[in-house]
Design a protein. Structure first.
Length: 92
């Protein structure tokens, strides 16, 4: 996911995609200090960066862990989609 709640000002922060390597590293460092939390389940988020996903936030302790039912949010949906794709591949 691209969005996170920033601890300091409680606002939703969208991670930019045009960060330099050192800026990405900086985001990773402040994320480790607990600066970013999930706007949906309030779990701590870490910063990930890759060629395909770009820069994004990810749950520190696994997606959907200990979530109340009502916050089965975007990451949960992504998870089940991934599962579906996985099964499709195995059919062939
Ligand atoms: Zn969450």
């Amino acid at each position: 996911m691209r969005e996170a709640r920033h601890k300091n000002d409680e606002k939703i922060y969208l991670i930019p995609q045009n960060l330099s390597e050192s800026e990405v590293e900086n985001h990773k460092q402040i994320a480790k200090k607990g600066t970013f939390t999930c706007p949906y389940c309030e779990a701590r988020l870490i910063v990930k960066s890759g060629d395909i996903l770009g820069n994004c936030f990810s749950h520190l302790y696994g997606e959907g862990a200990n979530l109340p039912n009502k916050v089965r949010h975007v990451t949960e949906n992504m998870k089940s989609k991934r599962k579906t794709i996985h099964y499709d591949i195995h059919k062939f």
